[in-house]
Design a protein around this ligand. Structure first.
Ligand code: ATP
Length: 432
């Protein structure tokens, strides 16, 4: 990864408590930018840089190199923008980490659980970055916190349209972020919680329950606590979803980034023992357009199937008969209250499992493979609350051939899929 011979880097000498911010141009043809720490110490979103190592950042990256003591760095390539800023909220973020660490120490002493922290705020205020920073600082002092990812639009853990939890055991890699091994992932199926808020809240509760169970059997996880990253939708049902999350996880601390109204509302609506803290956003956080968000989502799906940077995956394509899979959609279309069966509410339809007959319209859809066990109606209800064990893409649906269900070797209707799965025994398939 060494820069081409003769390529001269641009040198930046940073004073203590300042940061170098740079952005790499987006687009496939864009050149990557390399960063090298020459002297002193510096970190990228909480992860320390090694000296004389070249870190490579691909198209669209938006990076801040912060130094507590002062340092010199070189940038190779042509960043779209690169400047040094003296105004950063890093000291406040570090103090927040110190306060959380105090809570962990106290939890250790009193045999209690560590802090459960929810990070909230509108879009593009740096929520994910603050989560990454606090998690990396926590592991650097020997803790084992859990990242709970509730941002279904821009998930840092799994493909878009999912909520997940990940045990953090080492600081985020400077170039690649946290190592995503064996996350707990639930299928939501949309990139905005508003599509099915009832399901979103249900899955938040599922994650909270599993996390609490883990804390009961794993002292380190319990003391480490969790950092919950949320969606940028902070009004109406979005706000109610935040309140629900706070109660499901029994959060102790809520960090509100750059939104005074949200801060006041949460202070009013959450129990008095929950510490609600208002923090400023960093001036470096970059606003992302709709297109940019869509590209990031596409990239995340591509990464799942084909790998990332040095790691290549080779998804395989195979055919399955209609009769060998069961495909469901979560949530029935809403119908007028007057047409609902007696005793049933609109809410019930949002969690209903609707069988899907494969058709051409399923082509190029990503499906989650559920870990729920096959069974009768009662068991199937568990699908909504079961984690997923992988994802597949439907590449073709053949509805022409005739299928004889009584034939032990039918050649009929098939779905061609491209897939990578953790579990070799997919029993259920649920559409995204
Ligand atoms: P969303 O609501 O979409 O999830 P967010 O509030 O979580 O957004 P981030 O994803 O944390 O925001 O930040 C947006 C972008 O800004 C990211 O690409 C991140 O790398 C970049 N960024 C964050 N902080 C800085 C900084 N101090 N300097 C430069 N870039 C930064």
């Amino acid at each position: 990864d060494a820069p081409a011979a003769g390529k001269v880097g641009a040198r930046f000498d940073l004073e203590k408590e300042t940061e170098l911010r740079f952005e790499v141009e987006a687009g496939e043809a864009a050149e990557q930018v390399e960063l090298e720490l020459l002297t002193g110490m510096a970190e990228v979103f909480g992860s320390e840089l090694n000296r004389n190592k070249k870190y490579v950042f691909g198209p669209g990256s938006k990076i801040a190199v912060f130094t507590w003591q002062g340092c010199s760095v070189n940038l190779y390539g042509k960043p779209e923008v690169a400047y040094v800023s003296k105004e950063t909220p890093m000291l406040l973020y570090l103090n927040t980490h110190a306060a959380l660490e105090q809570m962990r120490k106290q939890a250790e002493r009193d045999n209690e659980r560590g802090p459960r922290v929810m990070v909230v705020g509108p879009t593009d205020v740096g929520k994910s970055t603050v989560c990454r920073l606090l998690l990396s600082y926590a592991v650097r002092v020997g803790r084992r916190p859990t990242l709970v990812e509730l941002d279904v639009g821009q998930s840092g853990v799994s493909v878009p349209g999912t909520v997940s939890a990940l045990c953090i055991e080492r600081p985020a890699d400077v170039e690649e972020g946290f190592s995503v091994q064996a996350p707990l992932v639930y299928h939501f199926g949309s990139t905005t919680p508003g599509t099915n808020i009832k399901l979103y809240n249900k899955l938040t509760s599922c994650l909270a329950e599993v996390f609490s169970q883990r804390c009961e059997v794993n002292r380190k996880a319990s003391v480490g606590g969790c950092i919950i990253n949320t969606c940028g939708w902070v009004k109406g049902s979005g706000y109610q979803a935040l309140v629900h999350c706070a109660s499901a996880f029994q959060v102790d601390v809520v960090l509100v980034l750059d939104h005074e109204r949200l801060y006041n509302e949460l202070k009013r609506d959450l129990p008095h023992f929950v510490r609600v803290v208002l923090l400023p956003k960093s001036g470096g956080v970059v606003e992302r357009s709709k297109e940019c968000r869509r590209d990031t989502r596409d990239e995340k799906i591509r990464e799942y199937f084909y790998g990332f940077r040095g790691v290549s995956y080779y998804p395989f394509s195979y055919e399955v008969r209609f009769s060998d899979v069961r495909i469901y959609k979560i949530g029935a279309p809403s119908i007028p209250d007057s047409c609902l069966p007696l005793g049933m509410s609109q809410d019930d339809t949002q969690l209903k499992l609707v069988p899907v007959t494969p058709g051409r319209d399923l082509t190029y859809h990503v499906l989650s493979v559920s870990s729920a066990e096959d069974g009768e109606e009662g068991a199937r209800k568990g699908i909504v609350e079961s984690p997923v064990c992988g994802f597949i893409v439907v590449t073709n649906v053949d509805t022409q051939a005739q299928e004889d269900l009584n034939d032990p070797h039918p050649t009929g209707k098939t779905i061609r899929m491209l897939g990578i799965m953790c579990s070799p025994y997919p029993l259920f398939v649920v559409t995204v």
